[in-house]
Ligand binder design. Structure first.
Ligand SMILES: [Zn+2]
Length: 384
């Protein structure tokens, strides 16, 4: 039996705060990503604790980081999943420099503090404490820190394809959840729509075909008539649609002959994405070319899976608040890992869900410390 009090006493606020500050200071804005520097730094951090971590380098400065704490093989492995890249700091001035990792009034500020270097630091710290505790493990703990989560999930795909996650029975993701327990996420369908028109002088519009106006009419049709209705999903609610970009035209006095728009459609399980693409094409009435840029499947874990019950129980134990399983509309590496390996996914992260991609992004130190404890207990119990 693991001595819980002794294990939790090894969690030190100063160490996890300093670790987070350091990983914020190593900038990894995506694009371009540059996760390699952070991966190397983390590999050294693990090496100091005698945990062997491997930097998997890809093109340019893209990289994944994996580490495996060996178990005896009596239990399936557990994946600690986090991503190393962040979105850009944006144009709005920050209260503190975005790559400083400033500690202010019990919060750590910086780009990625919430999404999701806070979760990453808490998982790294938990893995190191677990390794140093010398608690015998039945299954392996796999630390899987990816690149390119904020855009294309390339890092997670390569971890799966490379066989680095083999033997896993569950994946725990530390994306922002305000320490709630999320077990489902929406799918993301990204479409590029293109209208071809005919150019003419702006003074003679009847001689041309205005691609921008045609696109606007199409977008209105999609907004009004695209049927995304299903039975409301108990955890995820309803599917949504939005237009993210639109581009067209060269000059005020030239009839535009091309227009392109990108649609972001988030689907709840049960709605076939191919059917949705078909409906969008139909609304194009033969004048709009519709291309699928990406499809990220929704995730729906079995609420009765062992990892789900265990996570609910541990989160309640550490925070003192009862929890019930919930869903989220954002996507994570979990979609690739859980769906490819056919294993349940749970998201529990220290940061506030509303902090994601915001200026003055921060994570509360108290939650960060609670997250380390939660990961430690989930891992020791799941892998026992
Ligand atoms: Zn994220």
């Amino acid at each position: 039996m693991v001595n819980k009090a002794k294990l939790l006493a090894a969690v030190k606020e100063d160490s996890v705060v300093q670790l987070l500050q350091k990983v914020i200071q190593i900038e990894s804005t995506n694009p371009p990503g540059n996760e390699l520097d952070l991966a190397h730094w983390l590999a050294d951090y693990f090496a100091e604790a005698n945990v062997e971590a491997e930097v998997l380098k890809y093109e340019g400065k893209r990289a994944n980081l994996v580490a495996r704490l060996q178990g005896s093989g009596n239990r399936p492995a557990l994946i600690f999943s986090a991503h190393m890249d962040t979105v850009s700091a944006g144009e709005v001035p920050w209260m503190f420099p975005p790559f400083s990792g400033t500690l202010h009034e019990s919060k750590v500020y910086g780009r990625g503090a919430a999404d999701m270097k806070g979760g990453l630091a808490a998982m790294a710290q938990a893995a190191v404490i677990l390794a140093q505790s010398r608690i015998p493990l039945g299954g392996d703990l796999i630390v899987a820190f990816s690149y390119d989560e904020t855009y294309g999930l390339q890092g997670a795909r390569r971890l799966v394809d490379g066989g680095y996650l083999e033997g896993a029975g569950a994946v725990l993701v530390s994306e922002p959840s305000t320490l709630d327990v999320f077990i489902a996420e929406k799918g993301a369908l990204w479409l590029k729509c293109r209208v071809q028109g005919k150019t003419a002088h702006g003074s003679m519009p009847h001689l041309g075909q205005n691609a921008i106006l045609e696109m606007v009419r199409f977008l209105h049709r999609v907004e009004e008539h695209l049927d995304l209705s299903t039975e409301p999903h108990p955890l995820l609610g309803e599917s949504t649609f939005t237009v993210g970009t639109i581009q067209g035209g060269v000059a005020i006095n030239v009839i535009p002959d091309a227009c392109e728009a990108q649609l972001d459609i988030r689907l709840v399980p049960g709605l076939d994405h191919r059917e949705v693409v078909r409906r969008v094409r139909e609304l194009g009435e033969g004048r709009v070319e519709v291309e699928v840029l990406d499809w990220k499947e929704p995730v729906e874990s079995d609420p009765n899976a062992e990892i789900v019950g265990l996570s609910l129980q541990v989160v309640e134990e550490i925070t003192g608040q009862p929890r019930s399983p919930k869903g989220v509309s954002y996507y994570t590496d979990g979609t690739v890992i859980a769906n490819s390996l056919q294993i349940p996914m749970v998201i529990v992260g220290p940061a506030d869900t509303g902090m994601t991609h915001q200026p003055n992004e921060y994570v509360e130190v108290s939650r960060l410390v609670e997250a380390v404890k939660i990961y430690l207990l989930i891992a020791t119990r799941y892998l026992a």
